[in-house]
Design a protein around this ligand. Structure first.
Ligand code: C2E
Ligand code: CA
Ligand code: CA
Ligand code: CA
Length: 281
């Protein structure tokens, strides 16, 4: 038993060492990833299922570490936030997505009614540079009002609420659309929704995934859709993968749909092809 215990202990410390080693390696690689041009954006279409129209895209960050090897944003974004690197990475995302949208506008691939959504972490919202970065990009790329959208999570309401509300209101005044991402998974009270200057709710995909399980999850999704209606917000469901999920959501008159059912996130070229093909359907 003792022998066993010692082995376990050794195994444990080795694992910890490996983890520390991995984490340091990740940190060092992340620190140079921007300079090495290892980031790129993928774009996932958002669809109006009633008019069969692409209404815009969500830009999703990819970190390419090998010719065909990617590290998932869920694995490196928390680290980038911890290191403060999310500010410069986030600036790159804002710039790159605005540049892309401008190029698509110029090419006639998208129009001014469509939008590009980017994910903004709480660390970025708390940083004093966010507003000027967005402003500069909008001016540089002459983006029409309403074409840029930011997705933030309920976690932004953790503290300094008054400051966040003011900032979001200022961004909205600049013509930026604001969505609450992963809606329903946070801990905040529903009361804040009335006070937040926002345009849309994104139903978290965990609820969509659970729809087939029965009445309870269906009731949650239904409640979020009616809440949006009452508050005058747009509602979009994410993580929609099946025909059944789509039909259920259409039955509720959920405004927009995003998910593998229509398309995975696509690189620039494939996103363009998707738009062109979609129009032909
Ligand atoms: P998110 O904003 O909730 O994005 C949705 C995630 O679900 C994306 O994962 C997307 O690829 C995936 N997804 C979309 N449709 C489906 C579907 O039908 N089924 C399933 N199973 N998954 C689907 P991804 O790209 O790995 O991103 C993970 C998270 O990383 C994002 O979650 C977001 O929180 C964060 N993230 C991604 N890009 C950025 C960025 O540029 N900045 C910041 N701050 N965070 C980002
Ligand atoms: Ca998002
Ligand atoms: Ca989400
Ligand atoms: Ca509505």
């Amino acid at each position: 038993v003792k022998e066993n215990g010692r082995n376990n202990f050794r195994f444990f410390t080795e694992t910890m060492q490996q983890e520390v080693h991995y984490s340091l390696q990740l940190e060092n690689r992340l620190r140079v990833a921007l300079q090495l041009n290892q980031f790129l954006l993928y774009y996932q279409p958002k669809i109006d299922p009633y008019q069969q129209k692409v209404i815009g895209f969500e830009a999703l960050l990819r970190w390419r570490v090998g010719s065909d090897e990617f590290i998932s944003p869920s694995d490196f974004i928390p680290k980038a936030e911890e290191m403060g690197l999310i500010i410069s990475i986030g600036r790159w995302v804002i710039e790159q997505s605005c540049r892309q949208f401008r190029a698509w506008l110029d090419a006639g691939i998208v129009d001014e009614s469509m939008s590009m959504a980017i994910n903004i972490s709480i660390k970025q919202l708390q940083h004093q540079s966010l507003k000027s970065t967005i402003k500069e990009c909008i001016e540089t790329y002459q983006l029409p009002i309403g074409c840029l959208e930011i997705e933030v999570t309920e976690s932004i309401m953790i503290d300094n609420v008054e400051h966040i509300i003011k900032l979001l209101a200022e961004l909205q005044e600049m013509g930026i659309k604001i969505s609450i991402d992963d809606f329903g998974t946070g801990y905040s009270s529903l009361n804040y929704l009335r006070r937040l200057p926002i345009d849309a709710l994104k139903i978290d995909m965990s609820f969509v995934r659970a729809l087939h399980e029965g009445e309870q999850s269906q009731a949650i999704v239904k409640a979020i859709v009616s809440l949006s209606e009452i508050l005058g917000l747009t509602v979009i469901a994410e993580g929609v993968e099946t025909e059944e999920q789509l039909e259920f959501l259409k039955g509720l008159e959920c405004d927009f749909i995003q998910g593998y059912y229509y398309s995975k996130p696509l690189d620039e070229t494939k996103a363009e092809a998707y738009l062109v093909d979609f129009k032909k359907q």
